[in-house]
Design a protein around this ligand. Structure first.
Ligand SMILES: [Zn+2]
Length: 328
């Protein structure tokens, strides 16, 4: 076994079920058909306990990216999240209301989403969060500036997978066409971000204040990790791991073994069965939900075991993983 010196960051985005309706153009865009408690409860009552069990079985910790609007829905959520922090996890911001088009909102509304969510977490947990992840991985130079001005130390939104960006573009176009043809459906709430993400560094870096995709002395960035180009340049996220046979997970995990820092990003839905939240329609739209939960959990664990064999440290929160990266 190689000495564990390479940073491995684990994170989970606590997207609720209304977010998925918005992506798929079902039930209207977020904000027009408000969330209900039923959209949020399965995240905290079912998915998160499983995620904690998964982390602890693998001696790992992680960052929880929270849409702070959830604090308005779940009584006692602040106290629950404080308990996570006391156990070595990090709670960071995933905006306030998870607007997919955050970078297209007027500056004042972007500030309200970013700074407002930081204040909500500070109130609930007693300390300002260090990290921010934008909904839908869309980043801009202006948003990076707003994140820094709001007192965050790092961003973790950058998605530089051409495969992901291309697939998202096709999906948005198809949803738009369907919304025109079947007028009861909405277009997707997703948007395509700035294409310069595809030129950004692959490893953690400090952003140039004038151009987020270039190195500089500004906000820290932890990009979403992707497999190398020869291995499909696919984002190394729970959705992908869930869909791959075990042997393929192991083989693809080996293709990122050379990196000095790596992240695995999960979503809460990666730890749910569709039957647990009345998600029959979502199951048709999200293929990973058709993989039985036990098979998915086994695939996630295989990835972590391979990373350990390849010399990565046990999974850590992003704030702790940054400490293990030299030269920042
Ligand atoms: Zn999200």
């Amino acid at each position: 076994m190689v000495a564990a010196t390479k940073a491995l960051a684990l994170s989970i985005d606590l997207d609720d079920l209304a977010c998925y309706r918005a992506i798929h153009g079902r039930g209207g865009r977020l904000g027009k058909r408000p969330r209900t408690e039923a959209d949020i409860l399965p995240i905290y009552r079912t998915a998160l306990p499983r995620f904690r069990h998964f982390c602890e079985a693998n001696k790992a910790r992680a960052t929880l990216f929270l849409p702070t609007i959830h604090l308005d829905f779940i009584q006692g959520l602040g106290a629950e999240l404080r308990a996570w922090v006391n156990d070595g996890y990090e709670v960071a911001s995933h905006s306030h209301s998870h607007p997919y088009a955050l970078t297209r909102l007027p500056r004042g509304l972007q500030q309200a989403e970013v700074a407002g969510s930081g204040i909500r977490i500070a109130e609930a947990l007693g300390a300002h969060p260090k990290g921010f992840r934008a909904p839908g991985y869309t980043l801009s130079t202006e948003l990076a500036r707003i994140i820094r001005e709001a007192g965050f130390h790092y961003d973790a939104s950058l998605m530089r997978s051409p495969v992901y960006v291309g697939a998202k573009g096709v999906a948005i176009s198809l949803k738009w066409l369907q919304s025109v043809r079947f007028q009861r459906r909405s277009a997707s709430a997703s948007i395509l971000g700035d294409p310069r993400v595809l030129c950004a560094p692959t490893l953690p870096y400090r952003m140039d204040e004038a151009a987020f995709h270039r190195r500089g002395s500004g906000l820290l960035e932890w990009p979403i990790s992707c497999t190398p180009t020869y291995a499909g340049a696919m984002p190394w996220i729970g959705t992908l791991l869930a869909l791959l046979p075990e042997r393929a997970v192991r083989q693809l995990a080996r293709t990122v073994a050379h990196r000095s820092a790596l992240g695995i990003e999960f979503h809460a839905i990666d730890f749910l069965e569709a039957s647990e939240f009345g998600g029959a329609e979502l199951k048709r739209l999200q293929p990973e939900l058709r993989v039985p939960l036990n098979a998915r959990l086994a695939r996630y664990a295989i990835a972590l075991a391979q990373h350990a064999r390849d010399g990565f440290a046990p999974g850590a929160s992003l704030q702790d993983a940054f400490e293990q990266v030299d030269g920042l």
